[in-house]
Design a protein around this ligand. Structure first.
Ligand code: NAD
Length: 379
């Protein structure tokens, strides 16, 4: 069976598999074809792929020959016409944003494995691209804030006097937030953290952050470790307390999200107007509306000389390691579907496979996709 790695379009610098992971796929019994120059923006060459045992080809040939296609973002609409019934595509779907694309893929008979739908259960941890990419984002967000801040992060005692450490406020202690705490602490900042899930309190403390608790948060054990929406009363109380901490902070890294919903607004315009000039806010929730009222997705805005960075594509800015982590997650997912002859046989009885499969046999499969798109049909 042939697996094809297609080049990404737009501003994406990552690639679904680096040469080392392409070699791992070969070891599982698959032939690997890679589109010419596909790895260049991730700093790998065609020669690196051929040395790893892959064959280089053009896009048309790969689409016509590969049974499995691997991409980071769903391929262009034009590509869908060339796909054949039964072909398998493994990608990051974003089902709500790409619902029309998915409908076309379903009608074309494609099987779509959506990497962003891998169930977040212990057995699937090594396949979880959301955690991998959030790790990259948390790391890069802190580095970006540190490079823009007109102050040091660590405390300095020098002959030129004492410099006080920067204060970093982190909103949301999920995967990105915890990584941001670790990096900000390593750089010597004083770190304060808000989250609505009490379970993260100990993790925050163990990384050296101070957890600020707001009483009255709603939690739901059935939400699978995720946050749920809060009451109006709690939101007001939390916004007030966040305002107190934000006006004293130099940097805010905002990562608070609720799966399938708009991000909670935690930093009001009024709060930003009271922050110190020169402060930096990095809003990783920008793509889902942002945690700051002023955030604009994909751009930086400034108010009162406070920069608000609305960037949600940090993994593309660190394409080599982001692709490395992505590729390893993909290989771990494929391992549970590939038989000993190197053929991909998705078994819908496996909850990871059925949870990850958006469409198969011209039907919607994943319950989460059906919920998100309001599809009543039963699998
Ligand atoms: P996420 O990106 O959905 O949310 C980020 C953080 O924002 C979460 O910690 C959430 O509690 C917080 N948040 C939401 N609303 C908030 C508010 N109003 N104020 C402050 N904080 C708010 O989450 P994530 O990072 O993808 O993961 C969250 C959790 O999911 C993990 O901590 C873990 O329990 C679980 N998880 C499990 C697996 C697995 O088992 N495979 C993998 C990853 C994550």
């Amino acid at each position: 069976m042939i697996a094809g790695i297609l080049s990404e379009t737009g501003n994406e610098n990552r690639i679904a598999l680096l040469p080392c992971e392409a070699a791992s796929l070969k070891k599982l019994g698959m032939e690997v074809m890679v589109e010419f120059h596909a790895g260049e923006r991730a700093f790998v060459s065609d020669k690196d792929y051929t040395a790893a045992g892959a064959t280089m080809a053009d896009r048309k040939e790969i689409i016509s020959r590969a049974a499995l296609l691997l991409t980071i973002n769903p391929p262009l609409n034009d590509d869908i016409k060339s796909f054949t019934d039964g072909q398998i595509l493994c990608t990051v779907l974003n089902p709500v944003e790409n619902n029309l694309w998915l409908e076309k893929a379903r009608l074309q008979g494609l099987t779509v494995l959506a990497l962003d739908l891998v169930p977040r259960i212990t057995r699937a941890q090594s396949m979880d691209i959301l955690s991998s990419m959030a790790t990259v984002s948390g790391y890069k967000a802190v580095l970006e804030a540190a490079s823009l801040l007109p102050r040091f992060f660590p405390m300095f005692m020098s002959a030129a006097g004492t410099i006080r450490p920067a204060k970093v406020l982190i909103l949301g202690a999920g995967v990105a937030g915890l990584q941001a705490i670790a990096v900000a602490r390593k750089l010597g900042a004083v770190v304060e953290v808000f989250d609505v899930r009490s379970a993260v309190k100990e993790e925050v403390k163990s990384l050296g952050g101070k957890f600020i608790e707001v009483e009255g948060a709603r939690e739901d054990a059935a939400a699978g470790g995720y946050a749920i929406e809060q009451t109006e009363e709690f939101r007001k109380k939390q916004q007030d307390l966040i305002q107190q901490r934000a006006v004293a902070a130099d940097v805010v890294i905002a990562t608070a999200m609720i799966p399938g919903k708009k991000a909670p607004v935690l930093l009001l315009k009024e709060t930003v107007s009271r922050m110190k000039p020169g402060s930096v806010i990095v809003d990783l929730a920008a793509a889902t509306g942002g945690n700051c009222e002023l955030t604009q997705n994909g751009t930086t805005v400034e108010m009162n000389r406070v920069k608000i960075i609305g960037k949600s594509d940090y993994p593309s800015d660190m394409p080599y390691d982001a692709s490395k982590m992505f590729g390893n997650n993909v290989i771990n997912l494929l391992k549970i579907m590939i038989d000993k002859n190197g053929n991909l046989k998705p078994d819908m009885a496996d909850e990871i496979v059925s949870g990850t499969t958006a469409v198969y046999g011209k039907e919607y499969i994943s319950q989460r996709v059906k919920q998100m798109l309001g599809i009543k049909q039963t699998a």
